[in-house]
Design a protein around this ligand. Structure first.
Ligand code: HEM
Length: 207
């Protein structure tokens, strides 16, 4: 039996569920019904979309290590949708900040971006996701050739900037951002180990 189609559908559903849930909560709020958006809905939506951006970004970074460890090459197909969903939630996060939080008050937004390093890191991370999203199609992979994997290594920098932004933006409880940081260290650490493993094995066998 071919599980690919149902698994793909499940992935899309899982990634869309947080979006559908927040749309539903906003609808409840506007219909004066009990909702989960707290007394400060804009802040809630900002935190919620930020959290889902980083979770899906980390999931996309987990695809390659899982593919190698489980020896399941087919998993590679999951990387693109996960990356694009991370970008989608990142855009919602930015949109909420620009529209609901500050209603296009560009002077305040500019001050925020230049005076608060955490905001600068978040903005750079999202900005760097644009070329990756634009070049994620099969056509672009073919057209860019050897430049493509180099360009897409930017995702490591994006992950680092996103985790630093997360740690700096959280007000009280640092547990979740630190879990994100630990997962990122594991995922990047695995890549380093995988890259230098042949040399390491050779050196160890000579000693
Ligand atoms: C890849 C890009 C980004 C990621 C992964 C990301 C992720 C996050 C996360 C995880 C949080 C903490 C949520 C929490 O408290 O639980 C956060 C907070 C925040 N982010 Fe981002 N962010 C990104 C880009 C941006 C951008 C571009 C902006 C705006 C220019 C922004 C503005 C904010 C603000 C204002 C908060 C604080 C929310 C609050 O507590 O009121 N972020 N972000």
């Amino acid at each position: 039996m071919n599980y690919e189609k149902p698994l793909r559908a499940a992935l899309h559903l899982l990634c869309l569920l947080p979006f559908l849930w927040i749309v539903w909560q906003v609808w409840l709020m506007f219909s004066y019904q009990p909702h989960a958006l707290t007394a400060n809905p804009f802040q809630y939506i900002n935190q919620y979309t930020g959290d889902w951006t980083i979770r899906i970004l980390l999931a996309s970074l987990a695809v390659t290590p899982l593919r190698k460890l489980l020896k399941k090459n087919g998993l590679i197909k999951w990387r693109r949708p996960l990356g694009l969903y991370a970008f989608f939630y990142g855009l919602l996060h930015l949109g909420n900040y620009l529209v609901l939080d500050h209603f296009f008050d560009w002077a305040v937004i500019w001050q925020d971006l230049v005076k608060r390093p955490a905001m600068t890191f978040g903005m750079i991370a999202l900005f760097l996701m644009i070329p990756l999203a634009v070049t994620s199609t099969k056509k672009m992979i073919r057209r860019l050739g050897r430049i493509w994997p180099r360009l897409h290594r930017l995702v490591y920098l994006i992950g680092i900037l996103a985790v630093v932004h997360n740690i700096m933006m959280v007000k009280a409880d640092l547990r979740e951002p630190l879990i994100h940081a630990a997962i990122l260290c594991l995922l990047l650490g695995y890549r380093l180990y995988d890259k230098y493993r042949p040399g390491l094995v050779k050196r160890l066998s000579f000693t």
